[in-house]
Write a protein that binds this ligand. Structure first.
Ligand code: FE
Ligand code: FE
Ligand code: ZN
Length: 280
C-alpha cells in the first residue's frame, strides 16, 4: 500500500483535514501543529478528533506526519528562543497523543554561529526534556539541505543527535528528497548507495517517513527550494524508484511541493499510478 498525501491546513480541525485528504486522493497527510510561524495552537476538540479517528480507520489511513513550526529552533543561541522550542514541542507532543501512534517531524534547527557540535548538543538536550516515556508519538528529525548554519546537513549530524537522546525508541528520521539531493546525496544516480550510507550511519530502521519534493537546484547546491514532482532536478523516474524501493515501501510519503489542491491531487494520482503493488 502506498501511503501518500500532502500538507493540509489544520485551521478547520482534524475531521476537516481527513476529509480534505480523501478529496485529494490521499491516505495520510502532514499538518502544522500550529501556525508555521509559531504562536498559540488551537484548542483540541475531542469530538472532532473522534470523528477523525473513525474516518481514518474507515479509510485505512497511514501514519500522519505532523510538522512542527518552522520558527522552532531547538539549538538557538538565545535562551528565550530555545524556551519557545521546548515549550512548543512539549505542548505539541501532548496534543499529538489525541491521535496516538503518529509522527511529529521537526527541523533540527540552526546553530547560528555556535558550531554544529553545540547545535547538536542543544537539540538533544531539548529532546531529552520533552520526550515522555508514556508517549506513543515518534519524533522525527528531518534531513536538511545544509543551508546557512542548519544542523542535520548530513546523516552523521542526525546520528550525533540521536545518540545523545536517552529515549531512542521515541525517535526516527524523515528523509526529505529535495533536502538530501541539495545536501549532496545522489538519490538520482545512486539511491542504493544513499540508502546503504543511511543504514551504516543511522540505521534504516530509524527511517520512518519521506518528504517527496523535487528540487529547483542542482545536486549538492545546499539550497532548499522545492519544485513540483517531476519538474525539477530530481525528476520523475528517480521518484518512481524511491516509492518502489523495497527498503522504502510502506513509509508515508508527504508532498511539500509548491502547489494548490488540484496540483496535489494530480501529483498524488501520478505517484499512485507509478506504484507497483505486486512487489510487496
Ligand atoms: Fe520540513
Ligand atoms: Fe521537508
Ligand atoms: Zn525544504
Amino acid at each position: 500500500m502506498l501511503y501518500i498525501g500532502s500538507h493540509i491546513s489544520a485551521s478547520k480541525g482534524y475531521e476537516a483535514m481527513g476529509k480534505q485528504a480523501l478529496k485529494l486522493g490521499a491516505n495520510t497527510f502532514a499538518f502544522f501543529t500550529r501556525n508555521p510561524r509559531g504562536g498559540k495552537a488551537k484548542a483540541i476538540d475531542e469530538e472532532d478528533v473522534k470523528r477523525f479517528l473513525a474516518l481514518s480507520e474507515e479509510h485505512s489511513f497511514g501514519k500522519l506526519v505532523a510538522h512542527a513550526p518552522y520558527t522552532l529552533n531547538a539549538c538557538a543561541a538565545k535562551e528565550d528562543i530555545r524556551r519557545f522550542a521546548r515549550e512548543t514541542m512539549a505542548d505539541d507532543l501532548l496534543r499529538m497523543e489525541f491521535t496516538p501512534g503518529n509522527y511529529y517531524n521537526f527541523h533540527p534547527g540552526s546553530h547560528v554561529g555556535q558550531g554544529s557540535d553545540m547545535g547538536i548538543k542543544l537539540t538533544a538536550e531539548i529532546l531529552n526534556e520533552v520526550l515522555k516515556p508514556e508517549q506513543t508519538t515518534t519524533v522525527l528529525l528531518e534531513t536538511m539541505s545544509g543551508k546557512g548554519s542548519e544542523i542535520g546537513r548530513n546523516f552523521e549530524e542526525l546520528q550525533k543527535i540521536l545518540e545523545k537522546v536517552e529515549q531512542k525508541e521515541k525517535m526516527g528520521v524523515c528523509l526529505d528528497t529535495c533536502h538530501v539531493w541539495d545536501g549532496g546525496y545522489d538519490i538520482v544516480n545512486d539511491l542504493d548507495g544513499v540508502l546503504d550510507t543511511f543504514d551504516k550511519v543511522i540505521g534504516l530502521e530509524r527511517l520512518k517517513a519521506i518528504h517527496m519534493n523535487d528540487s529547483m537546484n542542482p545536486f549538492d547546491s545546499h539550497k532548499d527550494r522545492h519544485e513540483k514532482i517531476g519538474e525539477g532536478q530530481i525528476g520523475l523516474s528517480a521518484m518512481e524508484r524511491i516509492i518502489n524501493h523495497p527498503k522504502l515501501k510502506g513509509l508515508p510519503v508527504i508532498l511539500e511541493t509548491p502547489n494548490d489542491d488540484a496540483g496535489w491531487a494530480k501529483e498524488i494520482a501520478l505517484l499512485k499510478s507509478l506504484y507497483r503493488q505486486e512487489d510487496l
